[in-house]
Design a binder for this molecule. Structure first.
Ligand SMILES: Cc1ncc(C[n+]2csc(CCOP(=O)(O)OP(=O)(O)O)c2C)c(N)n1
Length: 599
């Protein structure tokens, strides 16, 4: 066991179902509550309405879980995702029909892309009204089919217990993801005479391969030890399968450098000499150089996303590729691989590790070290100016944060600066929307993580655009006293889009400025710009701590005060307005064409 042990206990393979009781009478709504208890759910996020009111009527009869009333169903979804990502457990959401259910779609798509285990229980109009354009009717199974691992519309009360069991099983097993069960109102009201909650799912066609073929394991070792320049490329799958300790053993025993994806940050300690930090579009120059030069690429729980590979035909041109993944459909999907190891990443690494020995790659490691020295992560400093640089701000947050802090982010430049300049050393301490890139994800996700770990420091790094997409959840954080610390990097822009307009669209800043220009009217006149809204006052309106700073000399004190605040807190930091994120590989370009922004 490495010193960088998992912060969260591995999720139990099989949730201990409460002992099966004798058959009894239960209403549909009671069965839902019973299923939540038996599946070990301890918190449910959601929002009520007419088509789910029967379930809500039963919710407060349970003392086994807490219900958290959010201010928007999208907020509930991202909270459940944050909770699931911080703990490894299933995040659970209950919503009403029609708009309640359609408001979950972005969260479902987000969870699908990032393989996050979520169960959504939605109310539906009564069975006889389905297809009638009834009040608050929407074809929820139709709408959510492409964004769920699986979904069900319950047709009769007899099948309800089994479908609930299946829904939880699908969400938490294999490549985890969101599953939805849509329950018409009449079925919630009906009574089942011989109710027993099933102990097993009934899913004959659903099989998960957890162990790879033995001959492929042998081939992988052969490939690794005959290589001169091996490299591990670790993704979110390492974190999802709680395999960070096993990855650490493989990398350190075999002496192979490790680069991680955005979703894989924390899977390997970034303070370790073998860490190459993040690869891809905003990855380090040295990680991208290593990918392009390696002769054996070991992909662990990663999916060769286009933000990682850049131009696919020029990705890792000299490498034989080994791919470990739980999802057979991700093998050779984007990049053809030489050896596949299909199975649970933790089990695969556990099989591999006893055989690991030091690779003969000293020259390669020296080369990598040299790239690290020549091309460190850097940015142009502004000397004595009082202007706060966003990169510096992240470094300050990194210094001020507790060792076990959970850091969430919204989406945009601030997300990339957080990924680059915060040193993640443990799994499940970085919660971001990687695949879908959902603005509005971060704040509710941070609240969900805080609910999972009320005693830990949870910090959200946000942009002024993204935070406004689910700002209403400040009421949820305040109401349940979930003391998330929100730090807004306010550049007055939809910064990441402005950056693309700056670099690739001739500075045509179309619909990206969020401030009203003041002073001489130039976008760069940051001191005079009229920022909207006043985030400090907004926080105070919700009864939270709020402060705004724009001078470097105020930053240290304000940051400490914010992190020490008792409840939820917002610190708005007006940062240098037109800073860009570097390094950057332009979309569709090869990883060789990396811009470091230092010219
Ligand atoms: C829901 C949603 N809409 C649009 C986008 C496209 N988008 C990506 S980054 C970005 C700007 C984010 O602005 P802000 O939150 O202020 O962060 P910054 O980039 O300035 O740090 C936009 C509009 C998105 N990712 N998500």
């Amino acid at each position: 066991m490495s010193s960088y042990s998992q912060t969260a206990k591995p999720a139990k393979k099989k949730q201990a179902n409460a002992v099966q009781s004798a058959p009894c009478r239960k209403k549909g709504a009671e069965i839902v509550v019973d299923a939540l208890e038996r599946e070990g759910v301890e918190v449910v996020f959601g929002y009520p309405g007419g088509a789910i009111i029967d379930v809500f009527d039963m919710l407060n009869q349970s003392d086994k879980f807490q219900f958290i009333l959010t201010r928007h169903e999208q907020g509930a979804m991202h909270m459940a995702e944050g909770y699931a990502r911080a703990t490894g457990k299933v995040g659970c959401v209950i919503v009403t029909s029609g708009p309640g259910a359609t408001n979950t779609v972005t969260g479902l798509a987000d969870a699908m892309m990032d393989s996050t285990p979520i169960v959504v229980i939605s109310g539906q109009v009564a069975s006889h009204l389905i297809g009638n354009d009834a009040f608050q009717e929407a074809d929820v199974v139709g709408i959510t089919r492409p964004v769920t691992k699986h979904n069900y519309l319950v047709k009769n009360i007899q099948e309800l217990p089994q479908l609930l069991k299946n829904t939880f099983h699908i969400a938490r097993t294999g490549r985890q993801g969101p599953a939805l069960i849509d329950i018409p109102k009449d079925i919630q009201k009906q009574t089942l005479e011989n109710y027993v909650y099933p102990s097993e799912p009934a899913l004959p066609g659903y099989r998960i391969q957890t162990k790879p073929a033995a001959e492929n394991v042998a081939k992988a070792w052969e490939m690794i030890y005959s290589s001169k320049r091996p490299l591990i490329y670790a993704g979110g799958g390492v974190i999802n399968s709680n395999a960070a300790d096993e990855l650490f053993v493989l990398a350190t025993k075999a002496n192979i450098p490790v680069t991680t994806t955005l979703m894989g940050l924390g899977a390997f300690p970034e303070t370790h000499p073998l860490s190459l930090h993040m690869l891809g579009m905003h990855g380090t120059v040295y990680a991208n150089k290593a990918v392009q030069a390696c002769d054996c690429l070991i992909a662990v729980g990663s999916r060769f996303d286009d933000r990682v590979t850049g131009k696919i035909s020029e990705f890792a041109p000299h490498a034989k590729i080994i791919h470990m993944d739980i999802d057979p459909s991700s093998i050779s999907k984007n990049v053809a691989v030489d050896v596949d190891l299909i199975g649970d990443v933790k089990e695969i690494l556990t099989m591999l590790n006893p055989l690991a020995k030091r690779c003969d790659a000293d020259e390669w490691l020296m080369q990598v070290e040299d790239w690290k020295k020549k091309h460190p992560l850097r940015y142009k400093k502004h000397g004595d100016s009082e202007e706060i640089l966003p990169q510096e701000l992240i470094e300050e947050i990194n210094k001020a944060a507790n060792d076990d802090a959970i850091v969430a982010s919204e989406v945009g430049q601030h997300q990339m600066w957080a990924a680059q300049h915060f040193a993640f050393t443990r799994p499940r301490t970085w919660i971001t929307s990687g695949g879908l890139g959902t603005m509005g994800f971060g704040f509710p996700a941070a609240i969900g993580a805080q609910r999972a770990f009320p005693g830990r420091q949870v910090i959200l790094i946000a942009g002024d655009g993204s935070i406004q997409m689910n700002i209403q959840e400040l009421a949820t954080a305040a109401y349940y006293n979930l003391p998330v610390k929100v730090i807004i990097l306010n550049n007055g822009w939809l910064g990441m889009v402005r950056q693309w307009q700056d670099l690739f669209y001739g500075k045509n800043y179309s619909a990206t400025e969020l401030t009203r220009p003041g002073g001489d009217g130039s976008p760069g006149d940051w001191k005079a710009a009229e920022y909207l809204p006043r985030f400090d006052i907004l926080a105070q309106a919700y009864g939270c701590w709020g402060r705004s700073v724009s001078q470097r000399s105020e930053l240290d004190g304000a940051l400490k005060e914010c992190l020490a605040a008792e409840g939820p807190a917002i610190l708005e930091v007006k940062v240098s307005r037109e800073e860009n994120v570097y390094p950057m590989v332009p979309a569709g370009a090869s990883l060789n064409q990396i811009m470091d922004g230092m010219a």
